[in-house]
Ligand binder design. Structure first.
Ligand code: ADP
Length: 895
């Protein structure tokens, strides 16, 4: 038996083994015995689909061509796992709470369940993944060819590369269809596939380590001599290009997050958020192990093998030429595992996206929604999935044929990475920035993917295949700044770094700018809030209102999608929870929401939403949605009204401050006025005293008459001065509140008598009219002070009343519990605009003949305030009229 036949036999047995493993795992999971399937180790191993044939074979080729640069491909994911696990945790949490089925679903859900966005992401993902699938097919066919070449019994006859690739593609499509679309799992999880991948992960690691051990200790003489040989090889002399290192590390990190197949195993197939914790260190360890022997294999391969041999196949050709057929076959199985696991998961991930976001919406539209109830959706979805898988794998095969399978493996991988990396800005923005909008996402993705297509993907076919030669030389439309490898004049850069730089930066920029410039729809804002704050939010998706929803129709539809037993179980559980028997729960918003989440596991969030909305007759946005949005708006409004209130308060305080300030200024002015008044009042008598005393002292020959006259003037002025000072002192004592009131009890009539007597009593020229019977009131108050007030008022009347026959009427009455004494004369009275002024200090009306200082009424007011009453001017009495009021508590009628 030739080695090629052995290889094919081993290969087939391996495939059968994988089928068996997948089948057993699926069965165990269905029977509920699959606890071991949900271990963190399986999760970590499933992540290893990151390491495809590109890693298995290509890393050695990469190292042989560019030295240590191949490490960047492992560095990116390791950094993400170690440093960004919290962001992965957020993605996983959102994936679970929103029942996300793919990266397209994730992005479309975030931006208001927009199907346009989902289609967009799906298309880019398909375009970006196709070369990668081609790469896997190529690596498997290349490795088979390596065996054929080394097979002396085969007579050097090469198997037809294209038919080999075709057979492999068919086999892969079959496996994927069988295990990827066995049933429409609500969680979109594929236990069988995941276990098969975990097994393949172990195989490829084991194979690569085995080859590595063989190379170091078999072909070389241990570590020391291997290191020497590495130093001697061209690998040691490679210059490290900083920009390429940074660029490739970032690119691989971005791709790790955005590759549809990585999203599938990392988020969709994730069973438990805590598995991430293990994976965050275990996966980098896996990557480290798998990259451990890359450089030794490359160095020894370069040294031992002929210079025209393909470094991408050193892993295989080194054991083959050394005659180690078993090791070579193990190595082949490792490469085969890497290739198949990638194609399988990528096909599942892409077919989910294609069927959920392209086929189903189109089919729903074509059948006008009636089919949701009458047609068999489940069959349609499954058929769509299967067809998509076949189509995707076939597309990969087509790419392989068209591209001729010539380019170095690593280059194709990088092109693919750069394509899916375009999702990164939108993905990150969606997870962390509530302001990100659908318009921004669509714009960013369009700009990024167009640039990627033009600068990297299309030129990768080579000049003349898709882009004609002149575009490379002169640029599109002859514009030199539009050359694909020197966009906007950025010449001399590495073409991958060049394309990534332009596409990613302009993608992110336009995403941010358009997000800021556009306004999100309510659903977008709701979803945005749920994504960004997923850790604070409950596990709710968009809400539903029951409305016209018919439970029966919903059941019929769900049965077709989920399968009868599962749908019935779901419905009867909901009915029980609502306290109803049977299978039909009330179509409450809660139930519809649960149902939507369940369905979105099978057909995607947007489609599930559309389906339920067709039956429930609801609008895309429910009242509750709107309430939530209104709530949010209300919060914003409350905040702004709080700001307004604050500024109103500040305005009020400012006004108060201004008022106080004005008052202070006024008081200060008053104080100045008062001081100048006082000094003026004092100066007048002082001046005349001085003048007359000087005359008395200095003038000779004064008659004694004159002397007596001048002396009496001096005496009068001194009296006036004393009075003024007394008044001022009295007023200031009263104002300062330092004076104690001296309470006595006496009759009002007696107090009035005293006051009248003190002012000279009623004379011929001045009549005082009283009503003694009203005045018999017993008072308990400071009678001396009260009498001081009366004296002042009577004296004023005497001084100022200018009637021909002046008279003063004193009236006493009790009103509203107050004792009232009015002093009304028959003079001209006081003009209106002076009525309130006369109580102020130094206030005088006109040039008063009597020459008072204007302090009397001010003192009266102070006294009355101290006694608990008041004094005021009452207009309209025919003359000047002053009213003195006293609280009645002290006023007891004396019988
Ligand atoms: P004065 O010590 O100058 O009398 P008052 O405070 O007692 O000061 O009175 C203030 C001013 O009110 C007086 O200058 C006078 O012009 C006016 N006035 C007071 N009582 C009367 C009155 N009965 N008739 C007219 N004018 C009066």
């Amino acid at each position: 038996m030739t080695i090629l036949n052995v290889l094919i036999l081993v290969c087939l047995s391996y495939v059968v083994f994988l089928f068996a493993v997948a089948f057993a795992a699926d069965r165990a999971a269905r029977m509920g015995r699959g606890a071991w399937l949900r271990s963190p180790v399986v999760y970590t191993l499933s992540l290893s689909i990151y390491c495809t044939a590109w890693t298995f074979y290509g890393a050695v080729g990469f190292a042989a061509r560019s030295g240590l640069e191949y490490l960047t491909i492992y560095l990116g994911p390791s950094l993400v796992m170690i440093g960004w696990w919290w962001m992965l945790r957020k993605m996983v949490r959102i994936g679970r709470s929103q029942r996300i089925t793919s990266i397209a679903d994730m992005i479309s859900s975030r931006f208001g369940k927009s199907n346009l966005l989902a289609v967009f992401v799906t298309v880019i993902a398909v375009i970006g993944t196709t070369p990668y699938i081609a790469l896997q097919l190529q690596s498997v066919t290349l490795s088979i060819n390596a065996f054929a070449q080394a097979d002396p019994a085969g007579g050097g006859g090469m198997p037809n590369t294209q038919s080999t690739a075709f057979v492999i593609a068919m086999g892969l499509a079959l496996f994927t269809i069988v295990f990827g679309t066995r049933n429409l799992d609500v969680n979109e999880r594929h236990h069988g596939v995941v276990i098969a991948i975990a097994v393949e992960a172990v195989v490829k690691l084991f194979a690569l380590l085995a080859v590595g051990v063989f190379v170091v200790w078999g072909l070389s003489d241990g570590i020391g001599s291997t290191l020497d040989r590495i130093d001697a090889s061209s690998i040691a002399t490679w210059d490290v290009s900083g920009s390429r290192w940074v660029g490739l590390t970032m690119l691989s990190a971005a791709a790790f997050l955005c590759l549809p197949r990585m999203f599938q195993v990392m988020v969709v197939e994730n069973q438990d958020e805590r598995h991430l914790r293990t994976a965050s260190w275990a996966f980098p360890v896996y990557l480290m192990l798998i990259s451990l022997f890359v450089v030794p294999i490359a160095a020894i391969g370069l040294e031992l093998l002929p210079s025209n041999s393909n470094p991408d196949l050193f892993v295989l050709t080194l054991p083959l030429t050394a005659g180690q057929d078993e090791l070579a076959i193990l190595s082949f199985l490792g490469g085969f595992s890497s290739a198949t696991s990638m194609v399988i998961v990528a096909a599942i991930a892409l077919s989910t996206m294609v069927s959920n976001h392209i086929v189903m919406p189109v089919w729903l539209r074509l059948t006008g929604g009636t089919a949701v109830v009458s047609g068999d959706v489940r069959t349609v979805v499954l058929r769509a999935r299967r067809l998509s898988i076949a189509a995707i794998v076939f597309l990969g095969y087509l790419y392989f044929r068209v591209s001729g399978g010539g380019a170095a493996l690593a280059e194709i991988g990088l092109i693919s990475f750069a394509g899916v990396a375009q999702f990164l800005p939108v993905l990150l923005g969606g997870l962390f920035w509530r302001g990100a909008t659908r318009v921004g996402a669509v714009t960013g993705l369009s700009v990024g993917s167009l640039l990627w297509l033009y600068c990297l993907f299309l030129p990768s076919f080579g000049p003349g295949v898709i882009l004609p030669q002149y575009v490379f030389d002169q640029g599109l439309f002859g514009l030199s700044w539009l050359r694909p490898y020197a966009l906007f004049g950025a010449q001399g850069m590495d073409k991958v770094v060049h394309a990534v730089m332009w596409s990613m930066s302009l993608n992110a920029l336009s995403f941010i700018v358009m997000s800021l410039a556009s306004f999100p729809k309510p659903v977008e804002r709701l979803q945005g809030a749920q994504f960004v704050n997923v850790f604070e939010h409950s596990r709710t998706g968009g809400t539903w209102t029951g409305g016209l929803a018919q439970s029966e129709d919903l059941l019929v539809m769900s049965q077709r999608i989920l399968g009868a037993p599962q749908a019935q179980a779901l419905f009867s559980k909901a009915a029980r929870a609502q306290g109803l028997g049977g299978f039909l729960p009330e179509p409450s918003p809660d139930f519809l929401q649960t149902l939507e989440r369940e369905l979105s596991g099978s057909v995607g969030a947007a489609t599930a939403h559309a389906m339920i909305s067709q039956i429930a007759g609801g609008t895309a946005v429910s009242v509750k949605d709107l309430l939530a949005v209104a709530d949010e708006t209300a919060q914003i409004m409350e905040y702004s009204s709080r700001l307004e209130a604050k500024s109103a308060e500040q305005a009020r305080t400012a006004r108060q401050l201004r008022e106080v300030n004005e008052k202070l200024t006024q008081i200060s002015v008053q104080k100045d006025a008062f001081l100048s008044q006082v000094s003026h009042e004092l100066r007048t008598p002082m001046t005349s005293i001085r003048a007359f005393s000087e005359i008395l002292r200095d003038a000779k020959g004064l008659t004694s008459e004159d002397k007596a006259k001048y002396s009496s003037i001096i005496h009068d002025e001194a009296l006036r001065l004393t009075r003024l000072l007394d008044d001022l002192l009295d007023l200031s004592v009263l104002e300062s509140g330092q004076i104690a009131m001296n309470s006595q009890t006496g009759l009002l009539s007696e107090t009035l008598d005293r006051a009248v007597a003190a002012t000279g009593g009623a004379t011929e020229g001045f009549a005082i009219l009283r009503a003694p019977e009203d005045e018999q009131i017993l008072l308990t108050t400071d009678l001396d002070r009260l009498s001081q007030v009366f004296i002042n008022l009577i004296a004023n009347a005497r001084k100022y009343c200018d009637a021909e026959a002046p008279e003063l009427r004193i009236r006493t009455k009790r009103e509203n519990g107050m004792l009232i004494v009015d002093f009304v004369d028959n003079g001209l009275g006081i003009p209106i605009d002076h009525q309130s002024l006369i109580f102020e200090k130094f206030a005088r009306v006109g040039e008063t003949k009597a020459g008072g200082a204007g302090l009397g009424l001010a003192i009266c007011r102070e006294i009355m305030t101290r006694l608990g009453g008041g004094v005021s001017y009452i207009p309209g009495q025919g003359g000047a009229a002053f009213r003195v009021t006293l609280p009645d508590v002290q006023a007891l009628a004396a019988q």
